[in-house]
Write a new protein. Structure first.
Length: 1008
């Protein structure tokens, strides 16, 4: 039976784990898994004999466990002559992968038997943790399988890591590619770790860094302090800020600028170094003495001595420094000294070394990441700080919130707390990483990163590389592990409070949080603690007290780490609490309920709230939100397999309506079709087919639109003997839609017949609304029949429809436009413009993009008819933009045709030619033939004729004649027709002259 972990886990780690055990159970963690095994132990056993072998194995485990624990890993399982260790669980570490590889290298180096090690990183769910620290866990995907497999295929003595782990430790180690291996029918390419790399910190001078931005004020302040220090008055500056806020980067940039004026010595604390005395100071000494990582002990020794001599210090100082480094001291008398005395003299030696350096040349001592400092180094820095005022040293240290150097209160010390970067600086960083210039994405990332450059960089990279992540994890792994490590250092209750809060959202009300709080003791006290630790901020509103997560990403990580079942449970509690809470009057109540219930153990309860939230968004023309809410409701219903006419059918219908607003016709039709699968009521089915018809019409698919009208009519069935009002009105709706489609198909005959069929109905039963629609149909039909020549009678139809709509403003927004259109071609330009302005106002008011596009387009046409070149030129841009927004290419073409006219009038003939041709091409590509080709043809005709190319001019003229092209006003129509007859009769000169007259007349009538 393998020993229980409690037996071999160091006290400080086991205490830490047991203290937060309940908060950890069930959590999802990013971890690195290490499998280690002795090579061919059975052979060794026979060779050595059982007793000796036992000793060897014992020593191996001692060494291996010591290395694992040194980097705060936990042994999770013993497996024969090997074991499995986890780094990053149960307690999260931001650098779990690096720790695992360091431990592996340590084992490989120190173990007397040959080992094989395999390492992989990924997600696990932490299970129950026993009093003996035994931890159950479930791995996601192949996290452990791959690590075990890598260990199995490793050559004796080798440490293999997966690509995933390699990605997390790149630079810190030397890696070598090896032959790919098969794991579960998949080829993976492991890497072999061959030693330490050159990187020692997350941020290094040689890195490819994003452009430095937004820290001018802080840099200036550091320079001001440096000035004082260089003058001989030592100074201390603490750079404080959240992980990733840019402390190291600021220090790096400052260092570059300071180097001409001062020497810089750097040291850093390490996340696993809290228990290693002198750790950051060693680095200072190494840097001061020029000691390299691979230097042999003798060389280190002599470099120390050389330095001490060079600085003309007492040689005995070198003994203490060597002693601190664990090197032979060269002075046997040291062995007899009391450790306390040694420590004192070591401090002396370090201090004198630094002071002597500073006296030769002003010195900046930079120590990074003080929040991980060991006690000895902290004590030393306190002593050094005492000495500073009289030496030219600037002590610059960095740390995260939660730590404050004990000596920061001195008069020559100051703290510079970094603030989040400005939105502009944030966007600079994001833009430098995103290759494409997608403004929207950049802005969204800049916002989510909240001015934290590390978050910004990682979010931008994740977006750029589309890094694959487990489905419900939204935060990049790198960010996740930093934040999770911070959260894991909270007490059990603090963490439970943070998680309850995370379920409620970035901002949450204290009342609601208290209602769902199921932890020990009062929640508010915990929230206040989290506030003091700078996880939360409090907002004092007039009504209720709310707390806000300082970083949305912290909330996300807190949330992501929780087990699904726990989240669901808390969401359900939140939903229930909200349903009965006094906050129910709040506007976003339904949205909140939908949010919580959809994520709860009982998601069905979210459906009615999602439907309401969708309807409300739809009414506010918040189309994106409406689509999201309806879409979620539909997904939920489908997942629960509970499709019913109400609410499923109704939600599908509403979703389709919103999609049509956004010109997403196929999506709309999909939604309506889903509705049709559950709706059985004849009228409702007919109605849904009618909506499908509208969507098909929007997509210019007229035959399919007519087919939908047929289906709608079939749904209504035979004409009843005594048709009731509902039947009649449904029937009218279908015919009304059909007439709209026939208009586009230019089927004036079918249109006329249908008008005759509908007329008796309208005369007998028509409501005001239906009469109005019928007038519009009459109008459309006469327009088509007369080929866009507006007779007095046609104008009267449009006016009548408009008059009815005026009496009932809710009826139709389109009557004004139609009336304006009629006025325009009737020749009443001023009245037309006034009506178009009114219609534009109406479109803006309702956010009707299609109406807006139409109104703007015809305002432009009215200007052309007036011959106002400047006004047309000015209108073109917005006409094109609106046409695109409303997906109306025919209007974009109209703008381009008019641009051709503007160019022609301005003497830019080449441009006029291309634009005119482009417009014609767009119109010809439309599913229904468009009818204003003259807009593009007149400039072409005029240019051809002016250049003496009569034949070409005739060809352009021909283009204006066939139906459904608009008939031109007399005498232009007759002149162009005669020109063609004359040409066809073989009289080119006369034809040319007729065209000249046509052009003059066209100019007078506003065509040219
Ligand atoms: N002002 C800045 N302009 C551009 N990039 C920046 C800026 N500040 C920081 N960065 C970048 O953001 C990342 C994180 O910065 P940095 O390592 O300095 O954070 P930190 O505060 O030291 O975090 P930690 O507490 O984890 O050490 C780095 O890649 C760095 O280059
Ligand atoms: Mg840093």
């Amino acid at each position: 039976m393998a020993p229980a972990p409690a037996g071999y886990t160091p006290r400080h780690i086991s205490e830490q784990i047991l203290a937060v055990r309940t908060a950890i159970e069930g959590e999802r963690k990013q971890v690195t898994v290490l499998f280690c095994d002795m090579v061919r132990s059975s052979d060794l056993a026979t060779q050595l004999g059982p007793e000796e072998f036992h000793l060897v194995v014992d020593r191996f485990f001692q060494v291996a466990l010591a290395e694992v624990h040194r980097y705060e890993g936990t042994i999770n399982q013993f497996l024969g002559d090997g074991f499995m260790a986890l780094f990053g669980a149960p307690i999260a570490h931001e650098d779990h992968a690096r720790r695992a590889v360091l431990a592996a290298l340590g084992i490989a180096e120190r173990s007397e038997v040959r080992i094989r090690i395999g390492i992989n990183s990924g997600l696990v769910v932490v299970g129950a943790i026993g009093d003996d620290l035994r931890m159950d866990y479930t791995a996601f995907g192949d996290t452990t399988v791959l690590a075990a497999r890598l260990q199995a295929v490793a050559a004796p003595g080798a440490v293999l890591i997966s690509q995933r782990t390699a990605g997390l430790v790149r630079g810190y180690f030397q890696l070598e590619e090896i032959t790919p291996v098969e794991v579960k029918e998949r080829t993976v390419c492991p890497l072999r770790v061959t030693g330490l790399g050159t990187r020692t910190a997350a941020l290094a001078a040689g890195d490819e860094l994003s452009p430095f931005t937004g820290r001018d004020r802080e840099l200036a302040e550091l320079h001001r302090v440096l000035d004082i220090a260089v003058d001989g008055e030592g100074q201390v500056v603490g750079l404080a800020g959240d992980p990733g806020l840019g402390k190291s980067r600021l220090a790096l940039e400052f260092r570059r600028l300071a180097e001409p004026r001062a020497a810089v010595l750097e040291g850093r604390c390490l996340s696993y170094g809290t228990g290693i005395a002198y750790l950051p100071l060693f680095e200072l000494v190494r840097n001061a003495c020029g000691i390299a990582a691979g230097d042999a002990p003798e060389l280190v020794s002599s470099k120390i001595e050389l330095k001490v001599k060079a600085l003309e210090l007492d040689v005995s100082l070198a003994h203490y420094l060597r002693h601190a480094f664990g090197l032979p001291t060269g002075d046997p008398s040291l062995a007899g000294l009391d450790p306390q005395a040694i420590r004192k003299r070591t401090f002396d030696a370090l201090r004198q070394l630094l002071v002597a350096e500073a006296i030769r040349r002003p010195l900046v001592v930079l120590i990074e990441d003080l929040h991980w400092i060991d006690q000895t180094s902290q004590d030393f820095l306190a002593e050094l700080a005492d000495e500073l005022p009289s030496v030219p040293v600037m002590l610059l240290v960095t740390y995260r919130p939660g730590y404050a150097p004990p000596w920061i209160g001195r008069s020559y010390a100051c703290q510079l707390a970094l603030r989040p970067l400005s939105p502009a600086a944030s966007e600079t960083i994001v833009a430098s990483i995103l290759a494409s210039g997608d403004q929207g994405t950049a802005a969204a990332i800049a916002e989510r990163g909240e001015g934290n450059p590390f978050f910004l960089e990682e979010l931008a990279r994740a977006s750029r590389d589309q890094t694959a992540r487990p489905p419900d994890i939204t935060v990049p792994e790198t960010v996740q592990q930093v934040l999770a490590a911070r959260i894991d250092r909270l007490s059990t209750d603090q963490k439970a409070a943070l998680q309850v809060a995370a379920v409620l959202g970035r901002e949450f009300s204290l009342d609601l949080a208290e209602e769902i709080w199921d932890g020990e003791g009062p929640l508010e006290a915990r929230l206040q603690e989290l506030k003091a630790l700078e996880f939360l901020r409090e907002r004092h509103g007039p009504a209720e007290r709310t707390f806000v997560f300082k970083h949305a990403l912290t909330r996300e990580v807190g949330y992501d780490c929780m087990l699904q079942s726990r989240r669901r449970y808390l969401h359900a509690r939140a939903g229930t609490a909200l349903e009965y809470s006094k906050a129910s009057q709040r506007f976003e109540h339904c949205e909140l309920l939908a949010y919580h219930y959809s994520r709860s153990t009982d998601p069905a309860r979210a459906i009615p709230y999602l439907a309401i939230a969708g309807d409300r968004a739809k009414d506010r023309y918040a189309n994106g939100e409406a689509i999201a809410a309806y879409g979620q409701a539909i997904d939920l219903i489908e997942r629960l397999d509970d499709r019913r006419p109400d609410p499923y059918g109704a939600i599908c219908e509403n979703l389709g309506i919103v999609q049509v607003r956004l010109s997403r016709y196929d999506k709309a039709i999909d939604a309506y079709q889903k509705g049709l699968t559950v709706v059985s009521d004849a009228f409702q089915r007919s109605h849904l087919h009618g909506l499908c018809c509208e969507a098909e019409e929007g997509a210019h698919r007229y035959p399919r639109a007519l087919a939908q009208c047929d289906l709608a009519e079939q749904a209504l069935g035979e004409v009843p003997d005594e048709p009731g009002p509902q039947w009649l009105s449904s029937w009218f709706d279908i015919q009304d839609k059909r007439m709209g489609v026939l208009y586009w198909l230019n089927d004036t005959e079918g249109y006329g017949q249908l008008i005759d069929r509908v007329r008796p109905f309208v005369e007998a039963h028509g409501s005001a609304q239906q009469r109005m629609s019928f007038f519009l149909s009459l109008f459309g039909w006469s327009v088509r029949r007369d080929r866009y020549v507006i007779t007095d009678e046609t104008l009267e139809f449009a006016r009548a429809a408009y008059a009815i709509a005026q009496a009932d403003p809710s009826s139709s927004r389109w009557t004004g436009f139609n009336y304006a259109f009629a006025l325009l071609w009737h020749g009443d330009l001023d009245e037309a413009t006034a009506m178009l302005q009114e219609s534009l106002g109406e479109a803006e008011r309702c956010g009707d993009t299609a109406l807006r596009s139409r109104s703007l387009t015809y305002l432009m046409v009215a200007e052309r008819k007036r011959g106002d070149v400047d006004a047309v030129r000015e209108a073109i841009g917005s006409v094109i933009a609106q046409a695109r927004e409303a997906s109306l290419p025919e209007y974009e073409a109209m703008a381009i045709a008019n641009r051709a006219w503007v160019a022609w009038r301005s003497g830019e003939h080449a441009k006029a030619g291309t634009d005119a041709q482009d417009a014609l091409d767009i119109w010809k590509g439309l599913p229904a033939r468009y009818f204003y080709d003259w807009m593009a043809l007149w400039p072409l005709l005029a240019m051809a004729l002016a250049a003496g190319r009569v034949e070409e001019a005739i060809e352009h003229t021909r283009g204006m004649l066939p139906p459904p092209q608009q008939l031109l006003q007399e005498p232009v129509q007759t002149l162009v027709e005669s020109a063609i007859h004359t040409w066809d009769a073989g009289q080119p000169a006369e034809a040319g002259e007729l065209l000249q007259s046509a052009i003059r007349a066209a100019g007078d009538l506003g065509y040219l």
